[in-house]
Design a protein around this ligand. Structure first.
Ligand SMILES: *Cc1c(COP(=O)(O)O)cnc(C)c1O
Length: 340
């Protein structure tokens, strides 16, 4: 038996999702449009309250397209020091958009408006000019934490004060919405562009969307093509994403519930501390005598798959592929390891 808590990206398409995909009406989306992709793009634009959304093969490409669209080469973009765009996108901002990333060190786990304000430089011919602010919600590296609507609005008003657009990396905005009760479009309002992912908690095999103003998104269409993200009969993939939105969005609360249970079973065991989860990501901080890499290896031998986040921190993620019994079993196994 294997319980895979490494990520919500390991979710497999369900039988019903596969059926929806197999039956999807398709066309050539690069030539003159695919009807199912169009339906997905309209659905996402509606949910986010944006004029237009574009279906992308990955969240990484959609984020990089947004950085490309909203920044200028030779400027800097400001974002939380733990941002996905900095750590997991192959230095794309530098390689593709030609910008420097400016990691903003948060005082309390996640960048807030004051952290951002403190990082904005006084104008001088010596310093880089800023062109963009990115916010990640939920914040993966901070343990799936939610930036509340109020906190997001404060960040956006600081950005606005300095004439900077905001891109929202909302790979897990679905989780932020379910956990906080804030509609997706309220989060999306103050950002110029928003990325949402279909292949995390929603359980679709592939894909993300980038949403924003119509004119910017027509340029986005061109950038997506340039990056190699034009996909022909992509309605098959879009059908998986639509199925995820329809059937797996509101059930994310179950993942959050399981993360809470997992966290409470483990917290304190052998001196380990859990960051109380806002959503489906649990960060486990180990006492000095334990090493995350060897503990993760030991857990894998017992059939529990986890991600070593650093030498002292382990990440576990709940998702639709793990039921409550499995999550509890994983927690008990980990507790035994922590206590011996
Ligand atoms: C997964 C993720 C992405 C990238 O999405 P992919 O589809 O895996 O490229 C971007 N941002 C965050 C916060 C993510 O968790």
């Amino acid at each position: 038996m294997r319980i895979d808590l490494r990520s919500d990206t390991v979710t497999l398409p369900t039988e019903a999702m596969r059926l929806a995909m197999a039956g999807a009406e398709v066309g050539d989306d690069v030539l003159d449009g695919d009807p199912t992709v169009r339906r997905l793009e309209a659905t996402v634009a509606g949910l986010l309250g944006k004029e237009r959304a574009l279906f992308f093969p990955s969240g990484t490409m959609a984020n990089q397209a947004a950085v490309w669209l909203l920044s200028r080469p030779g400027t800097e973009i400001l974002l939380d020091a733990g941002a996905h765009i900095i750590h997991y996108e192959g230095a794309g901002a530098a390689a593709l958009a030609g910008v420097q990333v400016r990691p903003v060190a948060p005082r309390d786990g996640m960048m807030d408006a004051d952290d951002l304000r403190g990082a904005i430089r006084a104008a001088s011919p010596h310093v880089p000019v800023a062109s963009l602010v990115c916010v990640e919600n939920t914040h993966n590296g901070a343990g799936g934490r939610v930036t509340s609507l109020d906190a997001l609005r404060s960040i956006c008003s600081v950005a606005d004060e300095f004439g900077l657009p905001v891109h929202l990396d909302g790979a897990r905005l679905w989780n932020a919405s379910v956990a906080s009760g804030t509609p997706l479009r309220d989060f999306a309002t103050c950002a110029e562009t928003v990325m949402v992912s279909f292949s995390k908690g929603l359980g679709a095999p592939v894909g993300a969307a980038l949403a924003g103003p119509a004119e910017l998104m027509s340029e986005g269409w061109r950038v997506r093509k340039r990056f190699g993200g034009g996909m022909r009969q992509s309605g098959i993939l879009a059908a998986g994403a639509l199925f995820g939105i329809e059937h797996h969005f509101t059930r994310l609360r179950e993942d959050h519930q399981r993360a809470q249970e997992f966290a409470s079973l483990i917290d304190g065991a052998g001196g380990a501390r859990v960051v109380p989860p806002d959503t489906n990501i649990v960060m486990l901080d180990l006492p000095a005598r334990l090493n995350a890499f060897s503990l993760v290896e030991q857990a894998a031998k017992a059939g529990i798959l986890l991600t070593p986040w650093s030498a002292a921190r382990i990440r576990a993620v709940t998702h639709l592929g793990v039921g409550p019994g499995e999550v509890a079993e994983a927690a008990h196994t980990i507790v035994r390891m922590l206590e011996t």
